[in-house]
Design a binder for this molecule. Structure first.
Ligand code: ADP
Length: 361
C-alpha cells in the first residue's frame, strides 16, 4: 500500500484556493495541522467565526482532495479557531473567561479525573490511554475512559465497542462498557455532516454533556483522552475541568519532546499537576533475536521529566502486537496479560495510583 506523507498532503492542499483571497490554503498559512496515520489523514484548517461559512467550502475541498490521494483511506478536515499557548517563559496563558461553576466541571460520583495528553498527534496517546485504563481496572479500580479527541475518536474501536449509548430517562446517557471499563466518546456527541468549528465554548459544552449527563458513577478514576496539541480546545479542557492531574505521552524523537514540553507548560500554567510522562515507542525488541534496538535516541522523556521535576512513569516499546491488539479492539493489557508489554502498562498504572495518592492524599 502506498504510504502517504505529510509533505505529500501539503502539496495536494496547495491546490485548494480560498476564493476571496485568490491564494491557496498553504500559502495563506491556514493549515495548522496535518496528521497522517494508517492511511487516515486529519487536517486542521484555521478560521475565524466570521469567515466560517466561506471556509466550510474550503474545508470540504481539503477533505475531498486529500481523500482522493492514492493510499488514503479516509480524510477529515476540521475548522478551528486556534490559539497557541505560549511557552512558560514567554507570556502567560490567556486565562479564559470562565465562571466559577464552569471551571469546576466535574462528573458526579467520580473521584479522580486524569487527562492524557500529547503535544502532537500520532504518538500513541489513545493506545496508551486505553491500556492504562484497562490496567487500572485490573488493579481493582472502577475506571471509565472518555474520548475527547476531536480529530477522530478512536477509543470505542480500541475498546471493542460499537453502537450508540442508550438513555433510559431521556436525559442521561448510560456509558458503553467493555472489559469492565465504562466508555464515552466525543464521536457520540456531535451530529455528523455539520460544519464544526471546535472553539472553546463548543468543546466546553460537549465536555459538559459527557461529564454531567452520563451515568459514570461510581468511578474511582476517569481517564480523559485529550485531543493532541495545545490549542484553544485543549486549553479550555485543561482549564475548565476539575482535573486531578495530567499524564503526557511522548515519543523519543526530539521534535515530539519539544511538543511535549508545550503540553507540560500548558497544564502547569493552568495549575493542573503533572502526574508524569510516559515514553511510547521507546525502543524496538527484535522478534527474532530479542535484541532491544533504540531506533530513536531514547531517554529523552526521562530527561525532560527530570528537568521539569515530574515523575517519569515508564517506557513502552514499539511493538506490532501493541498495535494489532488495540486495532482489533482487544488491547494487550486484557488480551495478553502475561506479556512483557502488558506488565509494562501494569507497572505504569501502579505508579499512577501512587502519584494520585500523593496529589490527593
Ligand atoms: P494518538 O492518539 O497519539 O494519535 P494512537 O494511539 O491512535 O495515537 O496511535 C497511532 C498509531 O500508532 C496506531 O496505529 C497505534 O496502534 C500505533 N501505536 C501506538 N503505540 C504503539 C506502540 N507502542 N507500538 C506499536 N504501535 C503503536
Amino acid at each position: 500500500m502506498t504510504v502517504v506523507t505529510e509533505n505529500e498532503v501539503t502539496e495536494v492542499l496547495a491546490k485548494v484556493i480560498v476564493p476571496d483571497q485568490n491564494n491557496n490554503v498553504i500559502a495563506l498559512g491556514l493549515i495548522s495541522g496535518i496528521v497522517v496515520k494508517d492511511g487516515m489523514v486529519h487536517i486542521t484548517v484555521e478560521t475565524t467565526q466570521e469567515r466560517a461559512t466561506a471556509m466550510e467550502e474550503v474545508r470540504k475541498e481539503c477533505e475531498k482532495l486529500a481523500g482522493n490521494m492514492p493510499g488514503v483511506l479516509n480524510a477529515t478536515a476540521v475548522l478551528t479557531e486556534e490559539r497557541e499557548v505560549p511557552r512558560a517563559d514567554e507570556n502567560p496563558v490567556p486565562k479564559l473567561d470562565l465562571t466559577e461553576d464552569e471551571r469546576r466541571l466535574k462528573a458526579e460520583g467520580v473521584s479522580t479525573i486524569i487527562a492524557v495528553a500529547s503535544g502532537k498527534g500520532g504518538v500513541g496517546k489513545s493506545t496508551t490511554s486505553v491500556n492504562i485504563a484497562l490496567a487500572l481496572s485490573r488493579l481493582g479500580k472502577k475506571v471509565g475512559i472518555m474520548d475527547a479527541d476531536i480529530y477522530g475518536p478512536s477509543i470505542p474501536r480500541m475498546m471493542g465497542i460499537s453502537g450508540q449509548p442508550r438513555s433510559e430517562d431521556g436525559s442521561t446517557l448510560i456509558p458503553m462498557e467493555n472489559y469492565d471499563v465504562k466508555c464515552m466518546s466525543m464521536g457520540f456527541m456531535v451530529p455528523e455532516e455539520e460544519p464544526t468549528i471546535w472553539r472553546g465554548p463548543m468543546v466546553m459544552s460537549a465536555l459538559e454533556q459527557m461529564l454531567r449527563d452520563v451515568e459514570w458513577a461510581p468511578l474511582d478514576i476517569l481517564i480523559v483522552d485529550m485531543p493532541p496539541g495545545t490549542g484553544d480546545a485543549q486549553l479550555t479542557m485543561a482549564q475548565g475541568t476539575e482535573l486531578a492531574g495530567a499524564i503526557i505521552v511522548s515519543t523519543p524523537q526530539d521534535i515530539a519532546l519539544l511538543d511535549a514540553r508545550k503540553g507540560l507548560n500548558m497544564f502547569r500554567q493552568v495549575e493542573v499537576p503533572i502526574i508524569g510522562i510516559i515514553e511510547n515507542m521507546s525502543y524496538y525488541i527484535c522478534p527474532k533475536c530479542g535484541d532491544e534496538a533504540h531506533i530513536f535516541d531514547n531517554g529523552g522523556a526521562k530527561e525532560t521529566a527530570e528537568k521539569y521535576g515530574c515523575t517519569f512513569l515508564g517506557e513502552i516499546p514499539l511493538d506490532k502486537e501493541i498495535r494489532t491488539t488495540s486495532d482489533a479492539g482487544r488491547p494487550i493489557v486484557v488480551s495478553k496479560t502475561s506479556s512483557p508489554h502488558a506488565k509494562a502498562y501494569m507497572n505504569i498504572a501502579a505508579k499512577i495510583i501512587d502519584e494520585i495518592g500523593q496529589i490527593m492524599p
